[in-house]
Design a protein around this ligand. Structure first.
Ligand code: 4NP
Length: 157
């Protein structure tokens, strides 16, 4: 059975493509990628068709994750039908997703960092207007929550 996961942030050029790349990378290392379908999207239309932010790509590359090929898109209605997990990076993303999702699929929407184990944060902070250290913090949080999510999926299969 394929488990389908959609990571969501505002622009789909910093946090959610990072989550897509990191989660896919860890899943591949652990022999799980062929059981998964992984994608990302933004709640906004700001960056449709764009590759990820160069700062996010560079920070991910430093840790061995490739994401420069990804292309920004906006969340669409069918995503709520098609995916099993719709994972929000922050509380604004969570609210926007819940507002647009049919009642029958509301339980698919969760905060991604609920799968985190090592850090106190409940949101992945938006790094767009900050410095390079913000992108490393995003990676720390996303690596931790990705491993937690992989463990949760292993436990359910
Ligand atoms: P993301 O970061 O939601 O992690 O992709 C942002 C990207 C773009 C903007 C804000 C956040 N923006 O305002 O254009």
């Amino acid at each position: 059975m394929t488990v389908k996961i959609l990571f969501v942030c505002l622009g789909n050029i910093c946090r959610s493509p990072t989550a897509e790349a990191v989660f896919s990378g860890l899943a591949e290392q652990q022999g799980m990628l062929d059981q998964l379908q992984v994608d990302s999207a933004g709640t906004s239309s700001y960056h449709i068709g764009e590759n990820p932010d160069g700062r996010a790509t560079a920070a991910a590359q430093n840790r061995g994750y490739k994401m420069s090929h990804l292309v920004g898109r906006q969340v669409k209605r069918e995503d709520f039908d098609n995916f099993d997990y719709v994972l929000a990076m922050d509380n604004a993303n969570l609210r926007d997703l819940r507002r647009n999702c049919p009642a029958v699929h509301q339980e698919k929407i969760q905060s991604f960092l609920k799968y985190g184990q090592r850090f106190q944060e409940t949101e992945v902070p938006d790094p767009y207007y900050g410095g390079p250290e913000g992108f490393d913090r995003v990676l720390d949080l996303i690596e931790d929550a990705s491993q937690g999510l992989l463990d949760a999926i292993k436990a359910r299969c």
